[in-house]
Design a protein around this ligand. Structure first.
Ligand SMILES: Nc1ncnc2c1ncn2[C@@H]1O[C@H](COP(=O)(O)OP(=O)(O)OP(=O)(O)O)[C@@H](O)[C@H]1O
Length: 375
């Protein structure tokens, strides 16, 4: 099994390299030139809305889908290349896949399902026994070893699928929305079980989901996709705090998007004054590609603004006299709609922070949380 390595590495540390991948179905292009690399031991997630092409990419890496062009390398070996005419079959790529539908054999026992990959590879009996016991122990299913898979619950079946995926020590595990069929509580539990197992084994994993919470909590790195293209590639925290464009700002968490433009003369390092269409000045962090000019958007996450009752405090940089116009109780938080000088801002506060509707309020926010992005 691959072992975890430090993030800073050489070319050899990349176990999967996807270059200029294009996948067409007739005249429809599902994947439009996608490139990325994955380090050994890394947990990488492809995140995006339904139909953005993430499953198609995963299936191409597995060898279950033939791309239209591009190149895929696994551990330094080219497994697909349109230019070189290479397309190594799935069973020779040394990867395993965990599906949304579990895809385990209902008539086989838990043990036989877990060792399926070893049987197919004709591994010696002793190894099959040892690896099967080990894998079922890892997912705490050893006590059900002789039970038929059809008599297991959904969560137990997904654990067996997980055991089968790790049992033959693959180079990479590919997860295709593995938790979508489980109920909400079990989903959260399995999320941490998969992550814990992946960390313990240090096995490189590529995980496909449209669930941002799953992606944020499990991944070392996330690739956000939309309409067959990569929108942004980053760590979960960077994606949340520094979205690169309005798609990412809205898809990951929820952000207030404010229209305006940057006043270049105010630039100091990465900080600039952003002037809203209504003329309000907001000190902000410029996260646009170098050389960007013209109209922009300012992304402000609702968790960051501070609120103080009344207008007593003096107005200053990134501090404004506003009014509470709505308060929506949502259990874990209260969602306030604040009328700011440039328009409504949605702010989330803990349920202990109570401000009456129609009351005056002062809102302030650190420039580090006001992020200028491309329109
Ligand atoms: N075999 C196929 N024939 C024709 N079109 C396909 C085929 N497989 C996928 N597509 C199309 O390619 C696009 C990308 O599909 P893909 O399954 O990769 O999306 P996805 O991001 O994984 O979405 P989901 O989360 O719904 O599975 C979709 O528009 C889909 O309809």
């Amino acid at each position: 099994m691959a072992t975890a390595k430090s993030a800073a590495g050489t070319e050899n540390d990349y176990i999967v390299e996807v270059t200029d991948l294009v996948i067409k179905y007739g005249s429809y292009t599902a994947v439009k030139g996608v490139s990325f690399k994955i380090r050994r031991g890394e947990f990488l997630t492809l995140l995006g809305p339904s139909g953005c092409g993430k499953t198609t990419i995963l299936r191409s890496i597995a060898g279950l889908e033939r791309p239209s062009s591009g190149e895929i390398k696994i551990d330094g070996t080219v497994v697909y290349s349109s230019v070189q005419g290479i397309d190594i079959p799935a069973e020779k790529r040394d990867m395993s896949m965990v599906f949304q539908s579990y895809a385990i054999w209902p008539h086989l026992t838990t043990f036989e399902n877990a060792v399926y990959g070893l049987r197919v590879r004709k591994r010696p009996k002793e190894e099959v026994r040892r690896q099967g016991d080990w894998a079922l122990g890892l997912v705490r299913m050893d006590q059900y070893a002789e039970r038929r898979a059809s008599a297991l619950s959904g969560g137990q079946q997904q654990r067996v699928a997980l055991a089968r995926a790790v049992a033959f020590s693959p180079k990479v595990i590919l997860f295709d929305e593995p938790l979508s069929n489980l109920d909400a509580n079990l989903r959260v539990q399995m999320r941490s079980e998969i992550k814990e197992l992946q960390t313990r084994l240090g096995v490189t994993s590529i995980y496909v989901t449209h669930d941002q919470e799953e992606a944020l909590t499990m991944s070392d790195r996330i690739i956000v996709m939309s309409e067959g293209r990569v929108q942004q590639e980053s760590t979960p925290e960077e994606l949340y705090n520094f979205p690169g464009n309005s798609f990412v700002a809205s898809f990951i968490g929820s952000a207030n998007l404010i229209e305006g433009q940057v006043e270049e003369a105010t630039r100091s390092g990465e900080h600039v004054d952003f002037v809203t269409k209504q003329g309000t000045r907001i000190r902000a962090l410029d996260n646009r590609p170098a050389g960007s000019t013209g109209e922009a958007l300012l992304a402000l996450r609702g968790v960051y603004p501070q609120l103080e009752a009344g207008h007593g405090a003096k107005e200053g940089a990134n501090r404004w006299a506003c009014e509470v116009t709505e308060a929506i109780f949502s259990g874990d938080f209260i969602e306030y709609v604040i009328a700011a000088p440039w328009g409504p801002v949605v702010v989330r506060r803990p349920p202990t922070d109570r401000y009456p509707v129609n009351s005056p309020i002062t809102m302030s926010v650190d420039p580090a949380h006001c992020v200028v992005i491309v329109r």
